[in-house]
Ligand binder design. Structure first.
Ligand code: ZN
Length: 223
């Protein structure tokens, strides 16, 4: 069982097997229910790319205060070490690392960024697996991630403009076939307004065995 807490935009906290993992912790963002000072325990902090709305600077602060591992693509993780983070893993596309029983895999995303390349993460606990694709358009190899890792839950952007829209995200859900899908990266700014109910309607029609969980910032679900 994984306890998943939505921190707004593309930010999540996932707790499982006694570990706490943050992904893209944009805690200074307008929709985050918490700030860095509210973060207690953290073991691993993942950052998909260095755009400001994905929490790179907050990730550095969390890692410095908790000793958590910072995991990102090679060049971004090296930059984090140069900026004072002690524990890092410098993955690259396709690579995995086992951090005290939590297996983190870096996968491709189709987007842009400043340092390194844009990425997504697949994280395997003994009690469940999640896929966070970062910011991306849909791509056919999402099907391979489904075959290889059988994620229990996928967090999928639906806001369009910078990322997938609801139609692409519904097709991505078909490709990945998670047990549960959670829409993200919408409504934070006017240009990424989207209707999660429309996403749910499309998924229910196209792949009814997948459960759509629409959660608000600050809410949690157990998967
Ligand atoms: Zn971005």
């Amino acid at each position: 069982m994984m306890k998943i807490t939505y921190l707004g935009h593309a930010s999540f906290k996932v707790e499982a097997d006694g570990k706490t993992v943050y992904v893209d912790p944009w805690l200074n963002g307008p929709t985050s229910p918490i700030k860095v000072k509210d973060v207690g325990k953290a073991d691993i902090v993942l950052v998909t790319h260095d755009h400001g709305d994905h929490g790179y600077s907050e990730a550095l602060e969390i890692c410095k205060k908790t000793g958590a591992y910072f995991v990102a693509i090679n060049e971004l993780a090296i930059q984090a070490r140069e900026q004072g983070v002690k524990n890092i893993h410098t993955l690259n596309i396709g690579g995995s690392v086992d951090i005290d029983g939590v297996i983190v895999t870096l996968v491709q995303a189709f987007h842009s960024c400043g340092v390194g390349a844009p990425t997504g993460f697949i994280v395997r606990f003994s009690s469940g697996t999640f896929y966070h694709p970062g910011d991306t358009g849909v791509f056919a190899s999402m099907k391979l991630f489904g075959q290889l890792y059988k994620p229990d839950v996928a967090f999928l952007p639906i806001g369009s403009y910078y990322v997938m829209d609801v139609r692409q995200a519904a097709v991505a859900t078909e490709l990945i076939k998670p047990r549960v899908v959670i829409p993200m990266h919408y409504d934070t700014f006017p240009v990424i307004q989207a209707d999660p109910a429309e996403f749910k309607r499309l998924v229910n029609k196209q792949i009814p065995e997948v459960k759509v969980e629409i959660i608000k910032p600050g809410e949690s679900v157990e998967v």
